[in-house]
Write a new protein. Structure first.
Length: 538
């Protein structure tokens, strides 16, 4: 029986369709197997990371980095990792080179899945360090008790995944404080100075002053020129231009600006750009630790190595006074943290801290019961101890049962006013009867609290927003001679910081001495993490 041509064509068409369906089904099955292999590999690789595990689980382990559609995200991340050193971050930690090599050698979906997880982990590591620093502050120095606000890694990942401008998104995670950008510029300038061989030959002199001339003045001149303090000149004499340049250098470095290059000034000039670069790198890290801290439209800024306390309103310094800070002793260095100033105590009683009582006064009392007569000794029930009958020799620092205090007076160790931001370290700002210390360049002499050179004016400035007569109100309380508390209607954020490199309003960088050696310890920790200095040439 003959089969008609139309029927033969129809049968062939059905056969082809069946074959096509089978082929596409096999392709889909293969794709499904590959997709499953990728997703399983991702799931296994991120299982130990709660943030990545939750993020990829919520998207059914779909790729963010390794598909063709992810090219823009990959490019943004690799560009950021390639420039991690610009921020003073340890670029080797993120190992962008190894990640690129893995992209070039992927030959299976499981391998691609593992690479997906590795890139995501590098993203989290880099963005974490960019936001809040590469090291843990307290591990570098126990005196840094600042609470670092940790970023929400899941939110950062989600924000990046949703961003239409991934490069801009990553860049926006860095601290937004204007000083951060200024410090990055200073870093570039210093690296250029290092690459060009530094600031010239060492100045071998004890003292240079106006009227001097010769090779040592030429060395001084060349330093000033290369540091940007003096235009190019052929002078070999210590003239007015050099004197003015030395004064500006002294101002920028916290030295008495007398225009004479004495031993201290010359020692600071002989620090090469690589040493200043260390200060800038540490300052960048410190700003990252403070990223997310709300400074406050009005706040108090106490920079410990600068020996100043400032009131800042809307970004401008409206009041400034000199300070004395804790001495360079392990248990007396002033800590670094932020808090809220809530009130001031006028005519304060000094309740001697337990540590001072047993370390300093107990040995004195054991030698002479009448020592430190300006202090009152009381027992746990508040009864005054009779020194003539007390046997202080029977006590140790551990079991001494008494407390000591000094009543309000002009000679009180706290002076006539203290400014309180209650904290577990018992640190506050206060007046002092020891005024002579404020004339010194390095003012690290206290037990840890911050002494103010102009405490009354500081009080007036704090009271001004809430009083029509801040001076009169303060003095009225002062005249009573009795201890009393004056609340701030709006608490003022106070930040105890430690910046040995800090930008000025005029665009220069102020440098200060590392009085506690903290910056040195932080830089060592940064180097251990992988931060590198450029090599000095020539």
């Amino acid at each position: 029986m003959m089969i008609s041509r139309p029927r033969r064509l129809a049968a062939a068409s059905r056969t082809f369709a069946a074959l096509a369906l089978a082929f596409f089904a096999s392709v889909q099955a293969a794709v499904a197997v590959e997709t499953l292999a990728f997703r399983q590999a991702v799931a296994e690789a991120v299982a130990g990371d709660p943030v990545l595990s939750a993020f990829y689980g919520a998207r059914d382990y779909a790729p963010l980095w390794t598909s063709a559609e992810d090219a823009g995200r990959r490019a943004a991340l690799f560009a950021a990792l390639d420039h991690a050193g610009d921020h003073g971050l340890p670029a080797a930690r993120y190992d962008s080179g190894a990640l690129r090599d893995q992209f070039a050698s992927v030959d299976s979906e499981r391998q691609r899945g593992r690479l997906e997880a590795a890139v995501a982990a590098a993203f989290l590591a880099y963005t974490h360090d960019l936001q809040v620093g590469a090291i843990v502050p307290s591990k570098a120095d126990s005196g840094i008790v600042r609470e670092v606000i940790q970023p929400d890694g899941a939110a950062v990942l989600a924000g990046f995944a949703a961003s239409a401008q991934p490069g801009r998104y990553i860049a926006g995670l860095a601290p937004k404080a204007p000083e951060y950008a200024q410090l990055m510029k200073a870093k570039r300038d210093l690296e250029l100075a290092v690459a060009q061989g530094g600031w010239g030959a060492r100045i071998n002199a004890e003292k240079l002053q106006p009227g001097d001339s010769g090779p040592r003045v030429v060395a001084l001149r060349d330093h000033l020129i290369r540091m940007g303090y003096l235009p190019r000149t052929a002078t070999q004499a210590y003239d007015g231009a050099i004197q003015k340049a030395v004064q500006q250098f002294q101002i920028d470095n916290g030295v008495t600006p007398d225009g004479v290059a004495g031993k201290g000034t010359i020692a600071l000039m002989n620090l090469g750009p690589e040493e200043r670069l260390k200060s800038v790198l540490v300052a960048l890290e410190r700003l990252r630790w403070m990223n997310g801290v709300e400074l406050g439209e009005r706040h108090i800024w106490v920079n410990l190595p600068d020996f100043t306390a400032k009131i800042v309103d809307h970004g401008k310094v409206t009041f400034e006074t000199v300070t004395v800070v804790g001495m360079d002793n392990p248990d007396r260095r002033s800590p670094e943290f932020s808090d809220q100033m809530e009130f001031m105590v006028i005519n304060p009683t000094w309740n001697v801290p337990r540590s001072i009582t047993v370390k300093e006064y107990l040995p004195m009392l054991q030698r002479n019961p009448n020592a430190a007569r300006h202090l009152k000794i009381v027992d746990r029930r508040g009864r005054v101890v009779d020194r003539s009958t007390a046997d202080f020799s029977q006590y140790t620092a551990r079991n001494f049962p008494f407390s000591m205090s000094q009543p309000p007076s002009n000679s009180n160790a706290l002076g006539l006013v203290k400014f309180m931001f209650p904290n577990k370290w018992n640190i506050y700002l206060h007046d002092t009867p020891s005024k002579s210390l404020f004339s010194k360049e390095v003012r690290a002499y206290s037990h840890g609290c911050i002494r103010l050179g102009d405490p009354f004016d500081f009080a007036y400035a704090l009271l001004a927003p809430q009083s029509n007569d801040p001076v009169g109100e303060f003095k009225a309380h002062l005249r009573t001679g009795a201890e009393n508390t004056l609340m701030l209607k709006t608490p003022v954020p106070v930040h105890l910081v430690y910046f040995t490199a800090w930008p000025t309003a005029k665009g220069r960088i102020d440098y200060r001495r590392d009085v506690y050696g903290r910056d040195g310890r932080i830089f060592n920790a940064l180097q251990a993490a992988g931060v590198e200095l450029p090599e000095v040439r020539g």
